[in-house]
Design a protein around this ligand. Structure first.
Ligand code: NAD
Length: 512
């Protein structure tokens, strides 16, 4: 049996070895989750709410223990593990526990003229069955638990395949469900690597909710397409931050530096391109360089660490090669630009680049590391066109004191979320939908739109006039072929005269 070796990226110390689940084991987990679904989907919203809030209490009680596991295997600072992994989960559990019933309430449709024909339509939302959740390592707790909270409240059960790099957080999730006493098998954690994920996609789950790279997303989607299994894809990004000339600079500079380096830049909505109006460019550049140089890199368990290591040597090499390529092509490196060799693990110094061009990988491809390219612009049109010039479209931000202008510009950005005077934080707001345009994804998570990804929609249509047979049923005859065109004029003709003419004709033909 193959094993995953989990290591601490800050110390390179081996943390654990965990068996990789193979395809038969995954299929067995899906069968068990399907059995759990039989009773779970019959529970009321009230009962589900009670269970999820009980889980929330368990998480609150064990928040430090959870954050420590995340820090050990992911490397991020302890405060970040609490604020950006544990806190969103508390938020999601609370919100969906309390609001799912309303969000998934039966919805009466306005069917226009059909209601005068004694008809009525409503939508109801039915659980899918077993949902397969495949999550990445960068926010291993929140990106697993967010989909789980929504799936469970909608009445589904889940098989979770956590990232191999953060397997221990995945196993911690299983512990939390067990220790909080939630019904058995409503969530089953299947540790493993890409092969386990592949087996989950091939299994009899009813839907795949995937968060990870665009490359893996494409593989999963084409595999799922073979039997038309629906998918939600939360993929990569290359997010722009745009500073207009009236931006509040002290705040915007801090935000850019935080947005680029939080979680060591390994965030789908990291600031990966900072566009700055030429009038403030110098001040911003000086500001971000000074701020970058003041950051302290180290082990995430040290309370004074701002930036931890990258997750793996592979990730470090990607960052290194992008920065090296940019440098060779003429970029200037104003801070960082190399590994931090004073530290043992996969540390790369936070790096400010300038004089970059759109042809460089550092500007074109997702970096997923602690880099901040700063790019001047002359006009807002130019800024928007550079920001939109990307295969990705996850989130963007605009910084200005002129909120009306910001909203006008926001509506021209090809991004799933645009923030004005903030960046990336809406992932943690359970009410707001999260998801990307273009190659950043398909579908949404969170809010009223996100939870609908976790249900099948059933439309129920009632004909109250059930004693009357439909005149358009068989048999057809000459009269019908004359009445129907007149009826079309009546219903869809342009202007009152056309319609009245249709009515008169229809009546005449019907009575002849
Ligand atoms: P990844 O694609 O390498 O892996 C993600 C998950 O998919 C892991 O659990 C992995 O084991 C699994 N996997 C790998 N190959 C598979 C296969 N063939 N079939 C099924 N599963 C497979 O991504 P990663 O490196 O873990 O995460 C980083 C990426 O995730 C970045 O691109 C980042 O932008 C993206 N991301 C997106 C969001 C979002 O909300 N849009 C959030 C976080 C991360």
């Amino acid at each position: 049996m193959d094993k995953i070796v989990v290591t601490n990226p800050a110390t390179l110390e081996k943390l654990a070895e965990v068996e990789i689940w193979d395809a038969p084991r995954v299929e067995d987990a899906v069968r068990r989750a399907a059995r759990a679904f039989d009773s779970w989907h019959r529970t009321s919203f009230r009962e589900r709410r009670r269970w999820l809030l009980r889980l929330k209490d368990e998480i609150i009680k064990r928040k430090r223990e959870i954050a420590e596991v995340i820090v050990k295997e992911n490397g991020k600072p302890f405060v970040e593990a609490l604020a950006y992994d544990v806190m969103p989960v508390l938020e999601f559990l609370t919100y969906f526990a309390q609001r799912a019933e309303d969000l998934l309430r039966k919805e009466l449709l306005d069917i226009g003229k059909w209601k005068f024909m004694r008809r009525e339509s409503y939508l109801e939302f039915a659980p899918l069955g077993v949902v397969g959740v495949i999550s990445p390592w960068n926010f291993p707790f929140s990106l697993s638990m967010g989909p789980i909270a929504q799936a469970l409240m909608a009445g589904n059960t889940v098989v979770l395949k956590p990232s191999e790099l953060t397997t221990l957080t995945g196993l911690k999730i299983a512990d939390l469900f067990r220790d909080a006493g939630l019904p058995q098998d409503i969530v089953i954690v299947a540790p493993g690597d890409g092969r386990t994920g592949d087996a989950l996609v091939r299994s009899s789950v009813r839907k795949i909710v995937f968060t990870g790279s665009t490359a893996t997303g494409k593989k999963i989607m084409s595999l799922a397409g073979q039997d038309l299994k629906p998918v939600v894809m939360e993929l990569g990004g290359k997010d722009p931050m745009i500073l207009l000339k009236d931006a509040h600079l002290p705040t915007a500079i801090k935000a850019a530096v935080w947005g680029a380096y939080v979680n060591c830049g390994q965030v789908c909505c990291s600031v990966e391109r900072l566009y700055v109006h030429k009038n403030i460019y110098k001040e911003v550049l000086d500001g971000v360089v000074a701020e970058t140089n003041s950051l302290r890199q180290g082990n995430g368990m040290d309370p004074e660490t701002d930036i931890g290591p990258l997750i793996s040597e592979r990730q470090l090499r990607i960052v290194e090669s992008q920065v090296d390529e940019a440098r060779k092509k003429g970029a200037r490196i104003l801070a960082g630009g190399e590994r931090n060799r004073e530290l043992k693990g996969w540390f790369y110094k936070p790096t400010v680049l300038t004089d970059v061009t759109p042809q460089m990988q550092a500007i074109r491809d997702e970096t997923f590391g602690p880099t901040l390219p700063v790019i001047p612009f002359e006009s807002e049109d130019e800024a928007l066109s550079m920001a939109n010039d990307s295969p990705y479209g996850l989130t963007a931000s605009i910084w200005t004191a002129n909120l009306a202008r910001a909203r006008e510009l926001a509506s021209r950005l090809e991004y799933g979320s645009v923030s004005i005077n903030d960046h990336g934080v809406t992932y943690g707001i359970a009410q707001t939908p999260w998801g990307g345009w273009k190659q950043s994804g398909i579908g949404r998570t969170h809010g009223s739109i996100g939870i609908r990804e976790m249900v099948e929609i059933r439309h129920v249509h009632t004909n109250r006039g059930f004693r009357m047979s439909n005149p358009m049923w068989f048999k057809y005859d000459r009269k019908k072929s004359e009445v129907v065109p007149a009826a079309l004029d009546l219903l869809y003709g342009r202007g009152v005269r056309h319609r009245v003419k249709g009515l008169m004709q229809a009546l005449r033909r019907a009575s002849s």
